[in-house]
Write a protein that binds this ligand. Sequence first.
Ligand code: ARG
Length: 588
Amino acid sequence: MKKLIERITEEAAKAFEKAGYDSSYARVTVSNRPDLCEYQCNGAMAAKKAYQKAPLLIAEDVAAAMDGSEVCEEVTAVKPGFINIKIAKPFLAEYLQQMYEDERLSSELSSEPKTIIVDYGGPNVAKPLHVGHLRSAIIGESLKRMGRFLGHRMIGDVHLGDWGLQMGLIITELKERKPELPYFDESFEGEYPSEAPFTISELEEIYPAASARSKEDEDYRERALAATHELQEGRRGYMALWNHIMTVSVNDLKENYKKLDVEFDLWKKESDAQPYIPEMIQRMKEEGFAYEDQGALVVDVKEETDSKEIPPCMLLKSDGASLYTTTDLATIVERMKLFQPDEILYVVDKRQELHFIQVFRCARKTGLVKPDTKLSFLGFGTMNGKDGKPFKTREGGVMRLENLIRDIDQEMYRKIVENKSVKDTDAEKTAEMVGLSAIKYGDLSNQASKDYVFDTERFTSFEGNTGPYILYTIVRIKSILARYVEEGGSLQGNVLMPAASDSEKALMLETARFNSVVDNAFEEKAPHKICSYIYELSNDFNRFYHETKILTEENSGQKASWILLLDLVRRVLEECTGLLGFSAPERM
Ligand code: ARG
């Protein structure tokens, strides 16, 4: 179904034409003066030059021509040439009725579905997940869900970091601690027990210990580098250890992501891209893109229009080792081969922007992707503590993701038990659901590229621009609907009547924007636009709810109409929270 704004634009276009002006001036926007009107058109001002006429006169002509259209209730021309539009209530009710009857709430599937790989999450195996990885998971998951809702083939890939120095460090540390293990023997042959010789907690303690030691102990660091190299060359015993590390770590990661309700279609990893490297490099050399510079192999990626210097893209270091860049390029090769994507979208810390500029340019220049393959980078800002510095534990250490989640859940649990609205047995589950909304909404309601302050107190509040407030609104609607049904009412077959009050009309107008908002938010890769929308919608609902006695209304047609509207608002809110990656409990 057409978007409301498109319907109004159509009417405006007809009116421009009828009044003798070109219809291309009929651009309509949501009003920025809701006290004066609901939608507005500034086309008369734009048309001034072409018609050598005062904009107000043009606006008056158009307003007169638009009068009487079934879409508008009132069209007025005001100085210096605005055309202010109010929507006709019967038309609006009709629009929402159709929306209600449509499973997709009048949101159309994309007419050009794309295959889009979303590279997000990006945790590093054997290192604990910390809050820095939270943003990527939350934002990426939301974009994936939005694209999927709009009919695109979205492929989420966690792209594990499994091929770096951390592996060599762990191997070196294990050798010190457990020299009796068979894996360090150079003649070790493939067979090994499936049981890993360490647990996840050990692993999580081993990595930071090894990392700290390598910074002080030069010899230790050399050994870790050598072990990394040998692993990359395929030494059997080390490969066996790598396998153990992977199993233990990936199981743990999966549990963590499950708690966040983040789900990947692919669990690919950096090491999967390694087999593509030799041929890729060979080709880049043969085609004259890659050349040697002080022993290293590089590809120039600077462009004439650059305002700052973009250094060459390095493929191999002088010792022949490949780099993060090389892996990302080879991953592109693999993705093109396996999925032929129209777009690859990376959701990564914005401090990695230069890396991605280099990778994208190199991939394009050397023909790893087709000319029309989109490579996009959504760089997100840092999550800070209240002191404005990167989020830390109270003791000043790196905050582990599971601890952050635990803290929030405890805070939510406290509030929920205090409210006494759910049975004790449900309180924990409810706290988890509401806690997740606090974390995700707190993150997503900020424009992704900006840094933001993680404020537990504010994020967990049931009031204000928060996840719990949105869920509270949904739960409130659910309970009214349940009461209506308990009292013998039905949610089926109701008819929506034209708005009976200003607050009802405002709620209806906001509800009708759903399809526009979702399209626009995906187009701009901006989940925060969905957040602002549901915040407005919740406010509009609560205003309406406080002014309207719904369940005690005597006119059953009116009551049924309001119930339909409530159910519609609930569906819109729930669809949106689903796109953001969280959902509402039955009670809270
Ligand atoms: N593992 C990397 C990190 O923690 C992020 C990976 C991002 N994705 C990518 N294709 N480079 O910094």
